[in-house]
Structures are given as C-alpha cells and as structure tokens.
Ligand binder design. Sequence first.
Ligand code: R5P
Length: 311
Amino acid sequence: MKIMSGNSNLPLARAIAGYLELPLTDASVRRFADEEVFVEIHENVRGEDVFVVQPTSFPANDNLMELLICIDALRRASAKRITAVVPYFGYARQDRKPGPRTPISAKLVANLITEAGADRVLSVDLHAGQIQGFFDIPTDNLFAAPVMAADIQARLGGQDLTVVSPDVGGVVRARALAKRLDNAPLAIVDKRRDRPGQSEVMNIIGDVRGRTCILIDDIIDSGGTLCNAAQALLDDGAKSVTAYITHGVLSGGAVARVTNSALKELVITDSILATDAARDSNRIRILTIAPLLGEAIRRIADESSVSSLFD
Ligand code: R5P
C-alpha cells in the first residue's frame, strides 16, 4: 500500500501516513511557468495499491487538476489500484439542476475522476449521499459524526444538549449525531435563502429554551447560514450555541463573521487545510479526521469492512 499526496492538504496526508506507519510516496507535484500542473513519481509504484490524498478545496480547480494528473501518472506507472481520497469533495453542492440550462458539475467531476483512472473513491460527509451514485466505481462516504460525538461528550457531556440542523436538508445528519449523543432532542432551523450566498433565518422548529445547542452541518462557506442560525437560536432562548461542521471552506470574510458572531465555538475538521486566520481565531477549533481516514484506508487495503467503523 502507498499513500501519495497532492499539495492541497499535506499535513493531513502526512498524518494519515503516520497513522498507517508508512512514508508518503516520494513524488513532486509542481507547476510549469504557465501554472500547468506537472507530476513526477520518484519511486516504483508498479502493482501497488495507491491512495492519493487530495481534497478539492480552494483553489478548487487547481486542486482538482492536481488530483486528476496524479491519478493519470499513477495509472501510467502501472499502479494496481488507485483510490482517490477526497476528504472534501468540491463541486458537491452542484448536484442537481437548480434551474434550466445549468450544469450538474458534481457529476462532471465524478466522471473526470473516473476517466482519469481512479478505481475507487473515499470521501467524508459528501454534501448529498446520492453523489455516491454519480460514480460507477466503489465510493466510500465516511462520517465525521463519531469524531464529533466524542468531542461533544468530552466537552459538553452532562449538559442539556439539543442537536440542531441549520436547514431542513440536514435533518438526517443531525439525527445521526443526536443518536450518538444518547438520543438528544432535535431542532431545525427553517431557513429561506433569497439569493445564492445569502441566508435568512425564518424560525426554529422545536423547543430550545435553556438548551445547550449543537448546530451540525457538512459545510461552512460564507458562514451566513451558521451565524444567522446561532443568533436565531439564542433569540429563542437557547443557553449557548456551538457548531460542529465537517468542512471548513470559510471563504472571504467567514472567519471574521464567525469570530464576531453569537457562536460560542465553531469546531471544524482538517478535511480542508485551515487558513492562518482560521487557525488563529480563538473561536475556531480543529478536530483531526486523520485516524478515521487512516483506518478506512487500512480496511480498504485489507478488504475488511469500512461500514463497521460506524457501528
Ligand atoms: C447547504 O446546503 C450546506 O449544507 C451549507 O449549509 C452551506 O453550504 C453553508 O453555506 P454558507 O456558510 O455560505 O451559508
């Protein structure tokens, strides 16, 4: 088995390799003067089971291109099996046609990864579970919920917890976390979004008075959804609001928005390499999913069960 990495999240790839007690594959992923991606693998991978770690986060197109070219290099170097480890799958939010004459870019990206030569895909908290079906190759979708639940139990255990979904679409994810927290009650923020990039909180479904609220979502991008939801929960009498979000996209002024928000804390994972601003914010904490990914990779290589990781 070999672990190779693009440039998108080297610390995560190193941590995964550390968990598996393997060195990272010796390769360089660099740019020509005109920014073309060039990949060179400096060791033999013929007949190897290779896992390429490359979240397709900002800059999404560059990181996607690196992933595709790494896969192509491995295929031409006769790797036996190539798994694209894409902890954050960019373009996932474009998983359906929101209007006439619009693309389904998540499907296009799935096609590109498959055509490049990937034999399998491993991702975490895909924006929509059905994106697995966009691939005609085996695709494992891991959940960060066990990592989050352990952190919540350690830090907030014993408090009156209510798990909150910031929108109707996230209820299944919230219910799964609530189940891991001794069946904590659920609440839902009924959100209306007038324009892309803007969000407006309408009302809270469920009683949050005096409760320690845990907001859970897959992505924080501009931070609008989360910060508005936190304020609405406090306005409804919540004692405090802490957010657990798998993928800290945190575009533009999101870190400042979170830092100045009503949120007690934002907890994200290292699926995306955090910016300096995110790391320096005293309101943001990062949990690692390297052991989760490392264990899933070990099980894929051993051909043992991955789903039993979540029993
Ligand atoms: C939407 O369906 C997602 O689950 C997130 O709620 C959304 O992407 C967050 O975006 P923002 O932080 O820009 O409000």
